[in-house]
Design a protein around this ligand. Sequence first.
Ligand SMILES: CC(C)(COP(=O)(O)OP(=O)(O)OC[C@H]1O[C@@H](n2cnc3c(N)ncnc32)[C@H](O)[C@@H]1OP(=O)(O)O)[C@@H](O)C(=O)NCCC(=O)NCCS
Length: 295
Amino acid sequence: MRPDGTARAGFPPSSACVAIDASLLDLLSASWARLRTAIPESARLGASWDELSTAFVEHVDGAAAAHAGVLWIPMVLDGRDVEVAGIHAVCTAAAHRKQGLARRVLERAMTHALARTQTVVLHANDPAIYGRFGFRALPQTVWWRDVSVARAPAMRKLSSDDANDVAIVHAAFAGRVPVSTRVGVREAAGLFVLDEVLACDRFARLWVMGDVVVAADLEERVLQIYDVVGPRWPALDEIVAASPGRVDRVEVFFAPDRWPAHAWQTRPMQSPDVLMAVGPFSSADAIAVPPLARC
Ligand SMILES: CC(C)(COP(=O)(O)OP(=O)(O)OC[C@H]1O[C@@H](n2cnc3c(N)ncnc32)[C@H](O)[C@@H]1OP(=O)(O)O)[C@@H](O)C(=O)NCCC(=O)NCCS
């Protein structure tokens, strides 16, 4: 950001939006209704589905009938930079299920992914499907601790209706510090924006604190921190002090190894989706993929 707080150039203007093929959008929206609006809204905010995801599609009578997408997540796993492939939006039109179409698109997607990386992940709401494709489930963890920190001026909530705020989010990824060396994410602004829009329709959990963007929710004095994006790593107390209200407990949805001074407790992450992987992943016992880097 510039010293006056305005964002530097880099947020793509709306003319850079790429429209997704109508037949594919119909197919995807039939399984996940909110994609019909989330895909164009994300594109408006500089996160074009078409640019993020390579689509593998089977057609029947000229219409898209099955889809598996592959997107790339620049991660840090056990201290190493790794390009991880993420399989997402696997679906078959209801009229064409149980005919092997999902298997066909998944096999094409896996071949594409494994040509470039050894590590492929997905988040499955139906994990039973993916074992036969070599995926194993990776339980995720939430870290928590009680806190007591004096309040400081609060961070500002970001709005996806404000082009300057959208630019702040994109700019925070330039040279960002990955949240963890165990399982961290590098410069993946598009996926972050897409995930926020998929979850909330708009920016609803994003705050700015100087040059750092914090993704968090505060409910009943529990601050849930989903991600921290910026060129420096803030102290936990700095985030807690700048929270939009009193905080008695912090829950962190990524390994908090950059906050080693704190004594953390853990609990299993309750999530409707199961993280699954093929190939090497972090060897740590307790892991989590930051929620705004999910594929
Ligand atoms: C899940 C879905 C993609 C399967 O599509 P499909 O074209 O019917 O699947 P296929 O016929 O290609 O089956 C592929 C393999 O998965 C298996 N499979 C399919 N659905 C399954 C299920 N619900 N549970 C377990 N295994 C399943 C099939 O038996 C087949 O295995 P095989 O080739 O070893 O015999 C489809 O039901 C769908 O679109 N569901 C709604 C969207 C969704 O839930 N997507 C998955 C997100 S995790």
